[in-house]
Design a protein around this ligand. Sequence first.
Ligand code: HEM
Length: 133
Amino acid sequence: MNIEEYKRPEPRQPEARLSEWFSPAKRGVGGWAFLLHRFTGIVLVLYLALHFYVLSYLARGPEAYQAALNFLENPIFVALEVALIAAVIYHGLNGLRLILMAYNIGVKHQKAMFWVVFVLSALTTLVAAVYML
Ligand code: HEM
């Protein structure tokens, strides 16, 4: 094709792209797996900041740290901890699924692998919750 004949495609509208994030309509299993991976990744980064904040109480002495730990025994924080475990396990297992796929292993079975990851994450979280609650 002659370079003068080339017609640049119209750029997609940013609004359309943003709405696609929230649309379940066109999202397959792989799309949901990706969204969950990104969401749990962001949750883990935010948790890391919170974790350092709680650890910073150590610098204020053992009493201050113990007071912080006592505060975190609140059932709301325990429930959030269970959700954190779910996020860690899903992100880690799905991360392994993504690494396999990056090496072209199991790409044809990516949906089945997602369900294995999902069920394993749910079961592990359930076991952890039974121990914690
Ligand atoms: C078990 C350990 C982990 C494994 C195996 C893992 C694996 C991965 C992989 C393979 C990706 C790339 C996803 C892609 O190509 O689309 C990724 C993305 C990411 N991970 Fe992890 N990860 C782990 C732990 C963590 C931790 C501890 C954090 C946070 C402190 C984290 C935060 C993120 C974030 C923010 C992204 C970017 C997500 C995105 O762009 O959609 N990950 N992880």
